[in-house]
Design a protein around this ligand. Structure first.
Ligand SMILES: N[C@@H](CC=O)C(=O)O
Length: 289
C-alpha cells in the first residue's frame, strides 16, 4: 500500500477515514476532515465518545444512530465485547442492572504491553527482577486491578467507560452498571464475568435461545465437555464467545451469570470500525436509490 504523509486535504479525497490515533489528534483533525460534507470519520479514540451529537456505534445494535452523521465514534473494546452479549438479552428480558468483572489481555495496552509481558516472563524464569513500565506492576504471574486512571469516585476510567458507553449504545441511562477492570497475563482477547438483573424472568434456556440467534455471538456452553469461552479460543474470531450460563443465585428468577471472551483487537476495535464503514456505505447506497 502507498503510505502518504497525513494532510487533511489528502484524507478528504477518501470516502472513509478510520482513525487509530490519540484522542488529541482526533480532537484536532476529525471535524476538519468531515467539513467537506462527504468524508466519514470513524474514530477509535475516546475523544468524541461522550459527545451527545456524535453517535457511538456497534452496528449490530445501533447502526441507525449514525444516519446522516459523518463523525462516528468506535466504543472501548471492553464495552463492545460485553455489548454483543448484553444486547440480545436486553431486547428479550430488559436489563436493569449489569455487574461486570473483566480479565483484560496485555495487548489492550498495545504492542508495548505484549512485549513487557513476554520479556517479564523470560526475566522471571531466569530469576531476574521483572520490570514494569507499561503496567503499574509486573504483570507475569500476577493480576492488576488497575486499568487507566483512577477517578474521583474510586473507579478507573476503563471501568467508567463501560458504564457510560453501555448506557449510550443501548440508549438507556436506566441500566445501572458497575465494573471492576483487571489486567491479566494473557496476550490477546478480553474476558468478562457478567451478572445481570432483568425486568422479566429469565431462564438459562430462554437466555440460550436469545443468544443463539444473535449476530456476532457464538454460544460456547457445554461445561460437561469442558467447552466455555476462553481467550485462546476467542482469539482471531469475529464473534464473541458467550457461555457458563447460570441463573443468578442473587437475582433469581430475574438474573443471569455468564462469561464472555472476545478478541478485543477485532470486535473491540478494528472489526467494529470496518463494520461501521460497511453500515454507513449501505446507508449511502440506500439514499442513492
Ligand atoms: N482500554 C483497553 C484497550 C482495549 O483493548 C485496555 O486497556 O485493555
Amino acid at each position: 500500500m502507498k503510505v502518504e504523509l497525513f494532510s487533511v486535504a489528502a484524507v478528504q479525497e477518501c470516502d472513509y477515514a478510520l482513525l487509530a490515533v490519540s484522542g488529541g489528534f482526533s480532537t484536532e483533525f476529525s471535524q476538519q476532515i468531515t467539513a467537506n460534507g462527504r468524508t466519514c470519520v470513524i474514530d477509535n479514540s475516546s475523544a468524541f465518545r461522550y459527545h451527545d451529537s456524535v453517535p457511538l456505534v456497534v452496528p449490530e445494535i445501533n447502526a441507525s444512530a449514525m444516519k446522516g452523521k459523518l463523525l462516528i465514534a468506535n466504543p472501548n473494546c471492553t464495552t463492545a465485547i460485553a455489548a454483543m452479549a448484553l444486547w440480545p438479552l436486553h431486547q428479550r428480558f430488559k436489563l436493569r442492572k449489569v455487574i461486570m468483572s473483566t480479565y483484560q489481555a496485555a495487548s489492550g495496552a498495545g504492542a508495548e504491553g505484549m512485549a513487557e509481558l513476554e520479556e517479564g516472563i523470560r526475566s522471571h524464569i531466569r530469576g531476574e527482577q521483572v520490570k514494569a513500565s507499561v503496567f503499574a506492576h509486573p504483570l507475569p504471574f500476577n493480576v492488576i486491578p488497575h486499568i487507566d486512571a483512577f477517578q474521583e469516585n474510586g473507579y478507573t476510567k476503563e471501568e467508567m467507560k463501560v458504564v457510560w458507553e453501555t448506557q449510550k449504545i443501548f440508549g438507556s441511562k436506566e441500566i445501572a452498571c458497575s465494573c471492576t477492570a483487571v489486567r491479566i497475563p494473557t496476550l490477546r482477547a478480553h474476558s468478562e464475568a457478567i451478572t445481570i438483573e432483568t425486568e422479566s424472568e429469565i431462564t438459562v434456556q430462554a437466555a440460550r435461545e436469545a443468544l443463539g440467534g444473535a449476530p456476532g455471538v457464538d454460544v460456547v456452553d457445554d461445561p460437561a465437555a469442558k467447552r466455555y469461552p476462553m481467550p485462546v479460543t476467542a482469539t482471531g474470531k469475529h464473534n464473541v464467545e458467550v457461555g457458563r450460563l447460570r441463573s443468578s443465585l442473587v437475582f433469581e428468577p430475574r438474573g443471569l451469570d455468564f462469561f464472555v471472551s472476545g478478541d478485543q483487537l477485532l470486535r473491540g476495535a478494528a472489526l467494529n470500525a470496518v463494520l461501521i464503514a460497511e453500515a454507513k456505505q449501505a446507508e449511502r447506497d440506500e439514499a442513492e436509490l
